[in-house]
Write a protein that binds this ligand. Structure first.
Ligand SMILES: [Zn+2]
Length: 160
C-alpha cells in the first residue's frame, strides 16, 4: 500500500501543507471543482497532488480544445483520486486531525482498488472488452506514477 503520507507534506517554507479539495478557475472561464491540492497554512502556496498532475494537464488540454465557455466541471467525474478524496472528505469532520484523515484516505483508496479489481474480474468473465479497458484505465489512475511509467499513456501496450 502507499507508504507515502497522503494527507500532508512539508512546504518549501517549512510550513505544513495539508490536502484540500480546490476549485480551479481555468482561463477565467471554466470552473473546475474537486481538484485535490496541498495548501500551505503558512505561505498559502498550493500545488496539485502529484498523482493527479498528468491527468489534470490532459483535462485542461481537452477543455482548451473544446473551447468550452462558462462551464462548470468536476474533476472527480474523470479522475479516481479526485473521486475517492472527494468522497472521503465529504464523509466526516475528522476530529482526530490529519492522522485520522490519513487513515481514512488509505482505507478509501484501498477499498476503491479492491472494488475496481472485482469489477475487472466481472468484466473479464463477461468478456466485455470495453468495460475491461475502462476499469483498467481507472485502476491505473490509482497506481503511483514513477518516472519509468510516466509516458505509458502514449505507448501503452494493448493486450488481446
Ligand atoms: Zn509554505
Amino acid at each position: 500500500m502507499y507508504n507515502d503520507k497522503l494527507a500532508k507534506k512539508v512546504c518549501g517554507c517549512g510550513g505544513t501543507m495539508t490536502i484540500h479539495m480546490h476549485t480551479l478557475i481555468y482561463s477565467a472561464k471554466i470552473k473546475i471543482t474537486h481538484v485535490p491540492v496541498y495548501t500551505c497554512d503558512v505561505c498559502a502556496r498550493y500545488e496539485p497532488l502529484p498523482y493527479i498532475k498528468k491527468d489534470l494537464v490532459s483535462f485542461l488540454e481537452e477543455l482548451n480544445a473544446s473551447s468550452a465557455r462558462g462551464k462548470h466541471v468536476s474533476f472527480a467525474e474523470r479522475n479516481e483520486w479526485a473521486c475517492v478524496l472527494k468522497e472521503t472528505m465529504a464523509a466526516g469532520m475528522f476530529p482526530g486531525g490529519v492522522m485520522e484523515l490519513e487513515e481514512a484516505i488509505q482505507i478509501s483508496v484501498q477499498g476503491r482498488i479492491d472494488l475496481l479489481l472485482d469489477l475487472y474480474r466481472v468484466a473479464a468473465e463477461m468478456d466485455d472488452h470495453s468495460w475491461m479497458e475502462e476499469t483498467e484505465r481507472r485502476l491505473s489512475q490509482l497506481t503511483i506514477h514513477t518516472p519509468e511509467n510516466a509516458n505509458h499513456g502514449e505507448k501503452r501496450k494493448i493486450e488481446g
